[in-house]
Design a protein around this ligand. Structure first.
Ligand code: DC
Length: 221
């Protein structure tokens, strides 16, 4: 692992399935090391939301690719992209190579010229260490058992949806894992040189401490 990538900009990549803890961990890492943070799932959710709000079928390959090509964060300010419907549509548009190509440049530009002029960025997603930044300074693959991920996600959602069954959340997660890991273009995968962080039995503090040990080890070299 080289300590920098993309012309002096430091990139830290975290990939893994939904509700593995990678978002929380990414935020902690970005604050601790003074790096910008990009949750790349919001880009796929943003494209899905734009399509749904325009009444376009997310499976329409050409239209979805067009929306991704012209995507800007301003278009989804105030949009509620954290709903199960948008999540399901996001996983459909994420399998579209035209959408992935459109969003690739956005992600690379973000890390190369991070907001606030900071020295680099933390990106989380499914293909950051494999496709978007194969030479990221540090890579993690964050995962947890399916039942613990479903339980975490259910605890988040049940506050607003008291009738929601944990089994429904589990089935949705399994469906999305299968779609994200089974697609032909940039499937969710652990890069060969990614550190595996299994958070099934780890508190967020313990996971963060483990991540810091890896990052500090790389930058001491
Ligand atoms: O992490 P999330 O649930 O917000 O992601 C939404 C969808 O986008 C999910 O189905 C996976 C997909 N995604 C992707 O294919 N590649 C990424 N780098 C990030 C998310």
């Amino acid at each position: 692992m080289s300590a920098t990538s993309e012309k002096n900009s430091i990139v830290i990549a975290l990939d893994g399935p939904a509700a593995s803890g990678k978002g929380t961990l990414s935020r902690l890492i970005s604050n601790h090391y003074g790096l910008a943070y990009l949750d790349t799932g919001t880009l796929y959710r943003g494209v899905a939301w734009l399509l749904l709000s325009k009444g376009i079928d997310p499976a329409d390959m050409a239209k979805a690719a067009g929306v991704a090509r012209d995507f800007s964060v301003e278009q989804i300010t105030n949009a509620n992209i954290r709903t199960p419907e948008v999540g399901a549509a996001a996983s459909v548009v994420a399998a579209n190579p035209g959408v992935r190509a459109g969003l690739l440049e956005f992600q690379r530009r973000f890390a190369k010229t991070p907001p606030g002029g900071v020295k680099g960025a933390v990106l989380d997603g499914r293909d950051i260490g494999t496709v978007v930044f194969p030479d990221a300074a540090v890579k993690f693959y964050v995962t947890a058992s399916p039942s613990s991920r479903a339980h975490r996600r259910w605890l988040e959602l049940v506050k607003d949806h008291p009738d929601l069954e944990e089994a429904t959340v589990y089935n949705d997660l399994m469906e999305r894992d299968a779609r994200d890991g089974g697609r032909a273009d940039a499937p969710m995968a652990r890069a060969e040189d990614a550190e595996l962080l299994d958070t099934t039995h780890l508190s967020i503090d313990a996971a963060f401490a483990a991540a810091r040990r890896v990052i500090d080890g790389v930058f001491r070299r």
